[in-house]
Design a protein around this ligand. Structure first.
Ligand SMILES: [Zn+2]
Length: 458
């Protein structure tokens, strides 16, 4: 972009971003809590009108059940590149606001204090969508849209996107694009812009064993086996004291990281002390004992974690009881290639081979991992334009800690995906007092305007 063109665009983006705040406030006032089925039709109408206001062709897809998926299309201007299409993935639903008494202001009445805007959905993800629309408006008002733009805006992200795979499969043709910008992102505590080019998968399991119909007097432990011991022994056969996962086949499906991905991963900042302070950690990191690079472990290694266990008496004082059953919840964070179904088979085979055929395991839910190809020039483009717009360092993470339906997008649309959004280190998405900073909102609009412009040129 030449300097005078850039200046004109900058001014217009700032103007449009500021102007869009009133509309953002109206959007935030809608209590679109998908978990509680609130104001879905009103919000779908609101978002559709917003897109139409920009001149978009809009389709509300609702023929496959669940909350509607909104499709939007804006064609490149005559002067733009009609061969390139960027897809935005966002969601119009939000998390429930509870616990209400921990909010300092009404979660559905946007409140600005010291340049910070508080309301449910500011960061996740209503503010992010509005910031994109402000950038588009500014481009329309200056040199026209540089490329085609599509939107997929769903209403079930906060409840795990159960309906989305079916819509993507049926409407894959409609949503075809060359690259996709995903729905979340933030600045970290050191004011670096965090971008994410992938998502780890997750598989959630329930493991249980039952040995009697009722709890038993513990004196009978002399003759009756204890399901809590059975479960603990089964679990300890799956992971040793060095934290090696010892389930045969567990690592079989993993796609190996190439040298460039490895290098990128090791370049990501890792703040050990922040981790220790935040959680009050009492023990050394397991990567230290294992001699591993923590960034490798965080992004490229799968996990197997006991999320919770329950059996017998855990109340105050003593109750001498031999429990009738024991149960544990296990979650596995997966890397590309792994599937929950395969892990389930590995666990079942492992338990049977180790003499724990009484221990049952069930797959509750799973979502596969997806990493964009680290060599794809789109990734570099998103990072470069972020640094120009925010005037600060940007960190491109090959994967994020969160989950989401990225894998399905790639399965039907085959495209690189990078996630970026309007959050900051204290955004508190999903928690009380969710917020964004107005400065980030404007800078993020600039980022989107630069990105669309440069994307069209390459
Ligand atoms: Zn969320």
């Amino acid at each position: 972009m030449d300097e005078s063109k850039k200046k004109r665009l900058d001014d217009e983006v700032v103007k449009q971003a500021k102007k869009s705040m009133d509309t953002l406030f109206d959007y935030l006032r809608l209590k679109t809590v998908s978990a509680q089925h609130l104001t879905i039709p009103e919000t779908v109408r609101f978002v559709s009108e917003l897109l139409k206001g920009l001149g978009a062709e809009v389709k509300v897809l609702d023929d496959l059940g669940g909350n509607p998926v909104i499709y939007g299309f804006l064609a490149a201007d005559e002067r733009g590149n009609k061969e390139k299409t960027l897809l935005f993935y966002d969601h119009y639903d939000v998390q429930p606001p509870e616990p209400l008494d921990e909010w300092h202001s009404d979660p559905f009445e946007p409140t600005v204090k010291d340049g910070i805007l508080y309301a449910r959905g500011t960061a996740d993800n209503k503010g992010t969508l509005m910031q994109r629309l402000a950038a588009i408006k500014a481009l329309e008002k200056t040199d026209g849209l540089p490329c085609n733009i599509k939107f997929l805006i769903e209403g079930e992200e906060e409840i795990g996107s159960p309906g989305l795979p079916a819509y993507l499969k049926k409407y894959a043709e409609l949503f075809q694009a060359d690259a996709c910008i995903w729905e979340f992102g933030n600045k970290d505590a050191a004011e670096r812009v965090e971008l994410f080019a992938g998502i780890k998968g997750s598989a959630y399991f329930e493991m249980s064993t039952k040995s009697a119909d009722i709890d038993i007097h513990s004196s009978l432990a002399a003759v009756i086996d204890n399901p809590a011991w059975r479960l603990v022994q089964a679990l300890s056969s799956m992971k040793n004291q060095n934290n090696d996962i010892t389930v045969e086949g567990f690592f079989d499906e993993i796609e190996e990281a190439d040298a460039e991905l490895l290098q990128t991963v090791r370049g990501i900042p890792f703040e050990k002390q922040a981790l220790v302070d935040t959680f009050g950690l009492k023990r050394p990191l397991i990567t230290e004992a294992r001699g591993e690079v923590p960034q490798d472990a965080l992004m490229l290694h799968p996990t197997m974690t006991i999320c919770g266990m329950i059996s017998g008496y855990t109340g105050e004082g003593a109750k001498t009881v031999l429990p009738k059953e024991a149960m544990a919840k296990i979650d596995c964070r997966m890397v590309p290639g792994q599937t929950g179904e395969h892990l389930l088979k590995c666990f079942e085979r492992h338990l049977a081979r180790h003499g724990f055929s009484d221990v049952k395991i069930e797959l509750i839910e799973s979502q596969r991992a997806f990493f964009s190809d680290i060599h794809d020039p789109f990734l570099k483009l998103v990072k470069e334009t972020a640094e120009q717009a925010y005037q600060s360092e940007a960190v491109l993470n090959p994967t994020s800690a969160g989950t989401g339906p990225m894998y399905v997008f790639n399965e039907y649309l085959h495209l690189p995906i990078v996630s970026t959004g309007v959050g900051w280190a204290q955004s508190k998405a999903h928690a009380p007092n969710e917020s964004i900073r107005i400065k980030d909102y404007i800078d993020g609009s600039l980022h989107m305007a630069y990105l669309l412009t440069e994307f069209a040129n390459r």
